[in-house]
Design a protein around this ligand. Sequence first.
Ligand code: G6Q
Length: 551
Amino acid sequence: MPTPGKDLDRLAAYHRLQELSRTPHDLTAAGGLAPERLARYRCRAAGIDLLYATQRVDDTVLDGLQALADESGVIDQFLSMKQGAVLNRIEGFASENRQVLHTACRDIFSPQPLAPEASQQARDELAKLRVFLSELDNQTLRNGKGETFTDLVHIGIGGSDLGPRALSIAMAAYRLPQRRVHFISNVDPDDAHAVLQGLDLSRTLVNVVSKSGTTLETLTNEELARAAFTNAGLDPNRHFLAVTGTGSPMDNPDRYLRSFYMFDYIGGRYSATSMVGAVMLGFALGYDAVIEILRGANDMDRAAEERDIRKNPPLLLALLCVWNHNLLGCETVAVLPYSQALLRFPAHLQQCEMESNGKSITRNGDPLRYASGPILWGEPGTNGQHAFYQLIHQGTALVPTEFIGFRHSQYGQDILIKETTSQEKLLANLLAQSLALATGQENDNPNQRFSGNRPSSVLIADRLDPYSLGALLALYEAKIVMQGFLWNINSFDQEGVQLGKVLANRLLAHMAGRSKDPNYDGSETDRAGWALLKAAGMLGDREPRGKGQSS
Ligand code: G6Q
């Protein structure tokens, strides 16, 4: 069993950084953004460059961050995660007690993967997927009328939706002809209706994705979709696919055309490169594109093992986050992709970061004495520039930003207007924002004064394609778990979402009129829940009828 790391504030390097944080690098000073600095503060892996000259760090702070990385053993912990250590746990308390092996899903190219068993399971599932996709391609798998399948509806929520959906939107430019994918996640019936109504169900597959096989929203939407197929005279079992954990209530191949598996060592929010994302992506893009995504992710996973922080983009981004968040006091981080295709990428990162690092205890169960995960948010630029950037430039909150951009567009359909292409305009805007935030601008008019010294990083790659998307995804996954190691928290559980789920079931039981023992127990929470339902006009004149009934 690995020993958890040390608390951040027990590290000598952290105290040294606290001293340095009193006089952070001044980006507004003369020479604060010297060309030499811009050229040197740049680090690259798996085709992605991280430009960080516009962060409030200098060589001394970078040396301090290197010392912090070394002293906390962040890379050793990352390696032991990849080798299958049980890191999803809280010492001495009941916890999930699981390995964390999402990286094994893409460690499939080397003859000696770090976690051989998990990588073999990934290969086996990929082999099944390859057969399934080739049967679709060569039309041995067709609908009851002998036609090909053209549409796939992916049903899942949280980790079984956000990552796959973000990747699917990002890769729309690479979609196979005559293949469309759709998503249903919310239990809002309008969401499901809006998706299903426009489809020719006879040529549609439905991919139901739930690791646990017990999630209310997903099971409800599955039944709703099954009913739509039955009403259309179709047999759902010949159209529905399952992606689930082995042994889950959904692990019932008789009900599905095909069943694919993911394993308990892959957390939902880290599961986009498992079958959770791969089945839908394979349908939309083809098997080879899925492999390219995995290859990009694997290359970044391997680059993330580098101990020199100046050569390891995810590690450096994680340390810069600790610098901004714990030492310079910033509470949020904005991820701003200058690519419309990354429309839902910030939403995926929001879950990945905030569900992983929104914690208040250490891995020993002690209260944290320092801040853990920041609030992460974001929208594509340049749209955001015409909206919330005002606050980033001149607001009282200091918002470190992570810009993401690509040198070339996906479709290559572009024209010169006033001697620049749209892609150049997009990138010019990205870089100008980074510059403006760093240097600011003096003005006698206080309303037109920009303080500057607002930190940002720029991630830039050649083109958003399957390989770079995989690398970008893995970069953020690694960054997020490394932050967790630095804060000495468990980034792999999500107890915080449980209470709301339990109470929602309780309120549903009241609404369904099943308010008998044990659902209505007269506890303070139950009484408040009942009263809240009444105040919301959901119960009419009904009174509780359980053993704890109040009247
Ligand atoms: C992610 C979380 C959570 C989970 C969903 C869906 O890390 O655990 O978002 O992915 O609740 O769970 P199922 O896949 O089990 O339906």
